[in-house]
Write a protein that binds this ligand. Structure first.
Ligand SMILES: Nc1ncnc2c1ncn2[C@@H]1O[C@H](COP(=O)(O)OP(=O)(O)OP(=O)(O)O)[C@@H](O)[C@H]1O
Ligand SMILES: [Mg+2]
Length: 203
């Protein structure tokens, strides 16, 4: 692998392999080039096993691009690296360890439409008027809570609206569990819970 295809800052980022590293750079400035060269460098020069490489992106498109570019540098050895989106990594981790979190292995994944249906069902059951408690607004509060790793019991009830959101969130979580279902937020939240509550799975 040739390091001369990198500018000095990129080269420094590729060669800094001990400890965490945060890279900040603008669009199209060569971030992905750094990441793929860094992965290749770790495997080729630092003798890291490909299966110890885990690279995550937000979009499917970015994951696909990263995989392709790593394969371009490493060939077949790239097959054993794990490069995926946050959400598909979450699914894979949860499928393996679902039972530790009291889910069945064949849990289903609710998309946005399924989630909305379930939230409306909860509003109705709690006799909350959807004209006042807009299902979209409630959904976005629940999603935001999940992104902050806030569970129903810890949801801040600082005003009347949030008090009701907390009730919906609690019922919604109960129903998801009863349906052996997870939503997109759970795909990120549950792996964190798993790692915190069952650190042995990290071994
Ligand atoms: N040091 C370099 N010398 C020449 N070309 C480079 C260099 N670094 C990056 N490039 C080229 O610039 C383009 C953008 O690089 P890259 O995709 O790595 O950037 P990025 O920061 O990840 O972009 P995005 O923000 O779109 O994700 C690519 O065509 C890449 O090959
Ligand atoms: Mg990129």
């Amino acid at each position: 692998m040739s390091l001369d295809r990198l500018n000095p800052q990129q080269r420094e980022a590729v060669l800094t392999v001990d400890g965490p590293l945060l890279l900040f750079a603008g669009a199209g400035s060569g971030k992905t080039r750094v990441l793929v060269h860094r992965i290749a460098h770790l495997i080729r020069e630092k003798r890291v096993s490909p299966w110890n490489i885990f690279a995550v992106t937000f979009t499917n498109k970015a994951a696909g691009e990263m995989k392709e570019r790593v394969a371009g540098l490493l060939g077949q050895r790239a097959d054993d690296t794990w490069i995926s989106t946050f959400h598909s990594a979450g699914v894979r981790i949860l499928r393996k360890h679902a039972t530790r979190l009291d889910y069945g292995e064949s849990f289903v994944i609710y998309d946005d439409g399924d989630q909305m249906t379930l939230i409306k069902e909860c509003l109705e059951e709690l006799k909350l008027n959807p004209k006042i408690f807009n299902p979209r607004a409630v959904e976005s509060r629940i999603d935001a809570a999940k992104n902050e790793l806030i569970e129903p019991a810890d949801y801040p009830v600082d005003d009347f609206f949030n008090e009701q959101v907390a009730r919906v969130y609690e019922l919604y979580a109960k129903k998801l569990k009863a349906n052996n279902a997870v939503d997109f937020g759970d795909l990120l939240l549950l792996p964190v819970k798993l790692f915190e509550g069952h650190p042995e799975v990290l071994q």
